[in-house]
Design a protein around this ligand. Sequence first.
Ligand SMILES: Cc1cc2nc3c(=O)[nH]c(=O)nc-3n(C[C@H](O)[C@H](O)[C@H](O)COP(=O)(O)OP(=O)(O)OC[C@H]3O[C@@H](n4cnc5c(N)ncnc54)[C@H](O)[C@@H]3O)c2cc1C
Ligand SMILES: *[C@@H]1O[C@H](CO)[C@@H](O)[C@H](O)[C@H]1NC(C)=O
Ligand SMILES: *[C@@H]1O[C@H](CO)[C@@H](O)[C@H](O)[C@H]1NC(C)=O
Ligand SMILES: *[C@@H]1O[C@H](CO)[C@@H](O)[C@H](O)[C@H]1NC(C)=O
Ligand SMILES: *[C@@H]1O[C@H](CO)[C@@H](O)[C@H](O)[C@H]1NC(C)=O
Ligand SMILES: *[C@@H]1O[C@H](CO)[C@@H](O)[C@H](O)[C@H]1NC(C)=O
Length: 668
Amino acid sequence: MKLQLFSLFSFVLLISSACRGEARRICKCRPNQWWCWPTGWDWDEFSTKLSTPNALIKNQRPMGAVCYPKDPLYDPVACQSLNYTLHGFDFAFMSSRINATNWYNYDSIIYPDYFEETEVGCPYFPLTPDSICEQGRVPLYAVNASTTQDIVEAIKLASKWDIRLVVKNTGHDAIGRAFGVNALEIFTYNMKNLTVHNNFVPKGAPRGTPPVPAMTVGAGVNWDQAYAAADAAGRTIAGGLSPMGTVGTAGWNLGTGHSLLSSHFGLGVDNSLEFTVVLPDASVVTVNEYLTPDLYWAIRGGGGPSFGVVVDITIKLHEAKKYTGAFYESYCNSDACFLELLTTWMKYHNAVADAGWSGIWPTCDRIFYLTLGTPYDVAPSRQTINVLKEFMEEAKGILGNHVTVSEFRDYDSFEDFCEKNLKQDPTAVGFNMTEIVFGQVQLVTSSWLLPREATAPENAAKMAKAVASVDSAVVVPFLVGGGAVNDPAKKSSSAANPAWRNTLVDMTIAETGSEFDDINVLQKTVHDDIAPFRAMAPPPYGGMYLNEADILEEEWQVAQWGEQYPRLLEIKKRIDPKDLLIVRMGVNSEGWDDEITCKTVTTSLAAYAFTRTKTVTTNLAAYAFTRTTEIASVWVLVVVLILTLVSLNWYLQLVDTRPVVSLFQAFL
Ligand SMILES: Cc1cc2nc3c(=O)[nH]c(=O)nc-3n(C[C@H](O)[C@H](O)[C@H](O)COP(=O)(O)OP(=O)(O)OC[C@H]3O[C@@H](n4cnc5c(N)ncnc54)[C@H](O)[C@@H]3O)c2cc1C
Ligand SMILES: *[C@@H]1O[C@H](CO)[C@@H](O)[C@H](O)[C@H]1NC(C)=O
Ligand SMILES: *[C@@H]1O[C@H](CO)[C@@H](O)[C@H](O)[C@H]1NC(C)=O
Ligand SMILES: *[C@@H]1O[C@H](CO)[C@@H](O)[C@H](O)[C@H]1NC(C)=O
Ligand SMILES: *[C@@H]1O[C@H](CO)[C@@H](O)[C@H](O)[C@H]1NC(C)=O
Ligand SMILES: *[C@@H]1O[C@H](CO)[C@@H](O)[C@H](O)[C@H]1NC(C)=O
């Protein structure tokens, strides 16, 4: 009786444990797993489907490999060209690399501080003479894409073999989303087609939809190229502010996109009219408000590449305007002076934005800069100019404040302003933009979108104190909100963080370090530096800008998308049910580890066994199928062998086969 009860009890336990949800892991296929990873033959076959014979790069090595004496790629001359002390930071060069992001901490695997080695990668210079260049996060396989078909094939391959897929354009992403361990990389940087339309109407738009001027940019077009084309067409485009114009239009747009023209023309997402996208199921679709409203909503602000790999984007163009730049720079000789200067600025801050100015106001080491601009038709209004003049006048009177720059300059266009101030032009003035062109070093960032109440005059002293207390890193507040950005009707018109719709300033913090700095310490520093700003407006009132993410932000869903996350997640699960395009802190990345290799799912043993069996069977079936042709000769051998054995047996009478034969006869 006791025994029966006991076995009944254990049976119930067994059943319940099989049905109870428990944490289990499912993983993407890795190169060392022969049963799921494509063979050399599969790669060769894949390669024949691509646009050029060299488009597939196998066994890609990190860019720094040439600097390691022990590495087969060692090449001291090539290494010298990577020496930034010698050649300066060449950010444009870095952006164009297939085997490097812009900062080597994103090419490396980062482990927490308690591990002996916290950063495994390939710094451009060996830390010690006998260091080894480690693969880190540099993908082993890459497709140097130049056509839509290249992207389609890469997606098909990654989907079939369940391989991690990453998309790299310029590699500017602030938490390294463009790269990944054990991944297949789609390198879009060379897709530089660009077309200007005088009368663009999205496909499927109702008859009578007014045409607008627009520009279709390939996935690899950066702002430098787009500005030149807009200028040549006598138009203007609301794009990003980046030294050398290196920021890619693709990642910028998918992640929202702020511009010095946004308060006049809206955010990137407000100007992107249509996308050509390869979806995770490898279909090529036109995404716009008429044909695919859900996807159009999600892709604008949902972040790349979560909703598909973009082939091109059609962006609205605006009437060409003239542009006035305002530049200010001063140095305080005491903390008290600096605090007073910042407080004075904050009293004017919102009024300056509301008068039509946008720009940046970086501070460091008690230096305060303003680089602002405003577009106009005839001349900026007197009110626009006066509000800044008043600030400049008041600042001049602060004891201990030494003003070095305080002036207004006229430009032919916004593009002209960028050309003269974002490149190493001798006419550049004020804050040296090219000085923040940092490549090859380590970089960490953080950002916080502040609602206008936080930057209002009554909070001036509090804000000044918060800004002044960031002493370890460079604060670059982007004054890019207000005006058209704050249109309440736009609040849920795209997946962009709704916090933008009440934001004037995006507080960004960036810190760089050398190869000897502890990356975990750098990350923690900027994370702590942003905390006071975050506390002023926790999400969803304020938020983190997806394109300037803080890798340590824990509430990344609400911080990046506010209350819109559930809708985004629902669309993502529909578009990408197999988790093909997952990135760190991206939509539906919950459960995945930092490198998106394995996912922890809460599921019952039964459901888990079912999915695992299904995956393994599908993999094995795919494996067997693709190898059928490769190993046809093996099959022939097997058949020949069987026939030989059978004939041999018939001849020698070794085994009595009569029972088997009669069994067959009984059936026939
Ligand atoms: C110096 C500098 C200045 C900046 N200035 C601004 C600014 O003024 N305004 C602003 O809003 N932001 C700015 N940013 C942030 C910028 O928007 C982001 O770095 C953005 O990620 C850049 O996109 P990318 O395509 O250049 O880079 P990548 O890092 O190559 O791509 C970014 C993300 O998008 C994905 N992606 C890229 N291409 C595609 C594609 N074709 N299809 C699908 N997914 C894709 C990548 O996988 C990655 O996750 C700046 C960044 C830097 C480094
Ligand atoms: C990566 O970068 C280096 C430059 O350091 C280059 O020599 C190498 O060939 C590149 N490509 C591959 C596939 O490793
Ligand atoms: C880089 O160049 C500088 C200046 O010539 C030199 O001092 C330094 O040793 C070089 N670094 C490496 C790692 O080659
Ligand atoms: C990728 O292709 C482009 C042409 O589209 C070519 O210029 C470039 O050198 C190629 N890059 C690599 C790393 O093969
Ligand atoms: C780029 O433009 C060329 C010439 O018009 C065209 O042949 C090619 O298909 C275009 N590429 C893409 C990816 O659209
Ligand atoms: C800006 O900084 C760069 C890099 O340090 C320097 O080469 C350049 O001369 C500076 N430009 C101006 C206008 O000061």
